[in-house]
Design a protein around this ligand. Structure first.
Ligand code: CU
Length: 139
């Protein structure tokens, strides 16, 4: 009788430990994949047309060297992710989702990505709504 109870407790403990280790290993694997993931997600928020420095989220976007930033248009209108500032001669030189290119953020759900291989601060804006501004900080 007592022996059966002990057996049951041992059995239960063994199952608990194996389930726990499964969960732990799963969590670790997930974390390492996440850390290796070289993409930073950013959003053009809903209603961005009427926003300024909150149109792109997060703002600023922080990235490490050689990380790729992915912008998703979560709004219902056409936007761009264009490096520099409105009217500057070098606007769009570093990166530009464009107005007609395949990367154009012409509708909801479209994405544009750029990999930053040099540290620095990269201001950017939307050609169609120049009040929309953001910064990528690469360290
Ligand atoms: Cu816009």
């Amino acid at each position: 009788m007592l022996e059966n109870m002990v057996k049951e407790i041992v059995y239960f403990a063994a199952i608990s430990i194996s389930i726990l280790s499964f969960v732990l290993i799963g969590t670790c694997t997930y974390n390492s994949v996440f850390a290796q993931g070289d993409k930073v997600q950013a959003s053009i928020v809903y209603g961005a047309s009427s926003l300024t420095d909150t149109a792109y989220s997060p703002n600023p976007i922080e990235a490490s060297i050689n990380q790729t930033v992915v912008w998703t248009n979560d709004d219902f209108t056409f936007h761009t992710v264009t490096s520099g500032s409105a009217g500057a001669v070098d606007a769009g030189k570093a990166f530009d989702s464009g107005l007609a290119s395949p990367t154009a953020l012409s509708s909801q759900g479209k994405t544009f990505e750029h990999t930053f291989d040099t540290p620095g601060e990269y201001p950017y804006f939307c050609i169609l709504h120049p009040a929309m501004v953001g910064t990528v900080i690469v360290t």
